[in-house]
Each structure stands twice: as structure tokens, then as C-alpha cells.
Design a protein around this ligand. Sequence first.
Ligand code: NDP
Length: 446
Amino acid sequence: MLHGKLAGTYDEVLRRNPGETEFHQAVLEVLSSLEPVVVKHPQYADAEIIRRLCEPERQIIFRVPWVDDAGQVQINRGFRVEFSSALGPYKGGLRFHPSVYLGIVKFLGFEQIFKNALTGMPIGGGKGGSDFDPKGRSDGEVMRFCQAFMTELYRHIGEYTDVPAGDTGVGGREIGYLFGQYKRITNRYESGVLTGKGLSWGGSRVRTEATGYGLVFFVDEILRTRQDSFDGKRVVVSGSGNVAIYAVEKVQQLGGTVVACSDSSGYVVDEAGIDLALLREVKEERRERIAAYVEARPGAYLVTDASIWDVACDVALPCATQNELDADAATVLARNGCTVVAEGANMPCTPDAIRVLAEAGVTYAPGKAANAGGVATSALEMQQNASRDSWTFEHTEQRLAAIMSGIHERCLETAEAYGQPGDYTAGANIAGFTRVADAMLALGIV
Ligand code: NDP
């Protein structure tokens, strides 16, 4: 329940952005944490910091025409929402998925402002994408789409302006095609314009692994506060894309057992522990449905008519998509003894689910904090590009682990300072917000 000026700001967001339900949800989630902040710091309200943050600095929507393998002209819609550049160039991924529309891009871009601030690094917040569906498209089609997308996007981005990366549907292959087209149009080898690049052409070690690894490092910090560890834990990870695969890998390295993972066609249970090599072969190399995992793995089984959160676990890591874990799922998780839910995906838990988890005493770590390792390592990639350097895997992974530990500490300290000890949501929202707000105060009304 929001009060006073915060309630007015939220009403204004609803009125000015009709139908953008995911954006409304993301704004409400942040505003709900800010009451103690506006009481303590009236200067933020005087400068209308929150109302300014709710309005993106720039929103770009464009036509993406391309030709498919059958010679048919296809038209998609492209987006880039440049939300806040108070702390550095806009930074945030591109999502290619049929569900993408302005409300999704704005929810992701809004979240990104606070997540990026929380890393302590010099990056602003933005997000982009398209309603293009890469699923079932040939390599040639994906390349032509990416080239058409970049033919418009290139004029809006740059090392000091806006630095996109990957997200759902945009991995190393797509970043390669996008970078190739940017280079062709501008005649500049501007490595710092995109992150998530291949290692031989300006990428950073650990960037591919960073979001999943970072998530598990964050949960490891949570467990450490209870003198506990991943050793012997049963873990369920939803999704089987970039974030999920590297979360599975790091859990296994730390001694946990991942017993289930999924894609949009269903989930697999493998009590012996997910065979990561097989999962990667099915999802990354063959780009097949998760059912192919079960065909090659005796003892594992596929479920297509229930929720992955029915599988009992100690730690649940939603790593697929927004609003995938609802109140019913949260109730079942808590009843089955789960003690930590940490978000690898952006906003995978519904507000009702978060409430249920809190009431049941399950620790909940919001994506803004728990999945910030991806963008943090993107910032490390920018650092390496700027100094024309390339760090080792070990060094980069240590940097990532230190960043995640720093974010964890910042969340707990901030939550404590604002009278909500142990509340990671309050800690993440307030710490992220105050860093951006202070920069905005310093920069004047812009
Ligand atoms: P990928 O495209 O690599 O993988 C997404 C996975 O989620 C796939 O297994 C996909 O299954 C599954 N999925 C997508 N939609 C649904 C759905 N409606 N129901 C069930 N499963 C679904 O994306 P990423 O791993 O990169 O991203 C996953 C999440 O993590 C997103 O929320 C993203 O914003 C967030 N994130 C990603 C970061 C990154 O560095 N990549 C950084 C921070 C957050 P299928 O193949 O069947 O579609």
C-alpha cells in the first residue's frame, strides 16, 4: 500500500502508460520500498527524482523489415528504451521473443536502472528487443533479422551512449551478427558498443557464465549468513537457457544437486542430478525441446502438465521468465521445505508469491540483486575493451564473486539502516535507488 506522494506517482504511471502491466508491476515493487527513504530524504521528493525516474529519458520504436528463407518479407517491431543515464551510458540487454512489447521492455529497463546502480559500477539503465521469434528460424534468417535490427539501432548506440547486450533469445550468435552489422555500417571496430561478444573479437571471459554463476554466488552468501552451504542441497532451476545452464553448473561445483530444470514445453526431473553435458548438447548445440534430454537419459522423466515448483527442494532458482512463480507455487515450495528462492530471471515471482514466501519465512532474493552478475561482468567487458586488455578466467571470476559479495553486503546493510533487517528487497531497492538519486541531484534538472 503506497501513501502520499508515492501513491500519486504510481497513479500517474498507470495513467501515462496504459496497458503496460509488467511495467506497472515493476514500478509498484520499487515504490513499495521507498517510503522510509522519502521520509528520511525530503530532497529527493523536492527534486521530483522518483517521478523523473519513472519516465524513460528516451524511447525508440522502429520497423524491422527482413526477408525469410522463402523469399517472403517479414515485418517485426524493434524497441530500445533508454531509461536513465545518471550513472553512465545506458546499459541493458536485448530480448528477442514473441511476447516483447513496449510494456515488457519498460519493465526490464526500469529494473535495470536499480540493478546497475547496485553493482556500484558506472552504468545507466536501458533495455531493448523485438517481437521476433528466433525459434525454428534458420541461421541465415536470424542473421538477416539481426542485420535489419542493427540497421536502425546503430544510430542510437555507442560506447559512451548506450551499450546493449544479450537477454532471452539473444546469445553469442546474435551478438555476433549485430556487431558485424554495426561495424559494417559505421566502419569502426568499436568493441565497447556491445557486450557478450565472442572471446576472439573483444568478449570477456566469464560473461557467458556470469548471470548464472553470480546468482549462485549470491545464494552462497545467503547460506553463509546461516553457517550453511550448497553442499548436499537439492536445487530446482527453471529454464534451460543461458542463465539456467550456468546456474546448474555452479551449483554442481559447490556440491549441490540440481534435480529439475525446464523449458517452455515442460520440465524434467532427474534425481541423479542433471547431466549438464547432455543438457547443453540438447539446448545449446541441437537447439531442441527439453524432451530430448529424457530420451537420452535413463531414470529422468518429463512432466508437461504441472509446475516445476511442485518438485521438492531446499533452494529454488527461477531462471526462465517473468511471473513464472505464483502464490500457489510459493505455497507448495514452502510446504516442501524450501528455504531460499533467488531470482535468476527478471521478476519471475509474482507479488503474491513474494508475500507468501515472506509469510512462510522463506528467504527471497530479488533479481535486481541476485542476477546482477551478468551486467556487472558486461561492465568488466567494457573495462577490458577500453584498456584493450583481456583478463584470465580465474581473475574475472574472482572479480564477479567479489561483486556479488559486495551487492549482498550492500543489501543487508541498507535493509538494516532503514529498519528492515534481512529484507533483501528493501535493501536492493533502497541501495540502488539512493545511488541513482544522489547522482541525479548532483546533475541538476536534466
Ligand atoms: P534464454 O533465451 O537463454 O533462455 C530462456 C529459458 O527460459 C529457455 O529455457 C526458455 O524455454 C525458458 N522460457 C522462456 N519463456 C518461458 C515461459 N513462458 N515458460 C517457461 N519457460 C520459458 O534467456 P536467458 O537465460 O538469457 O534469460 C532468462 C531470464 O534471465 C530472463 O528473465 C532474462 O531477462 C534474465 N536475465 C538474463 C541475463 C543474461 O545475462 N542472459 C541477465 C539478467 C537477467 P524455451 O527455449 O522453450 O523458450
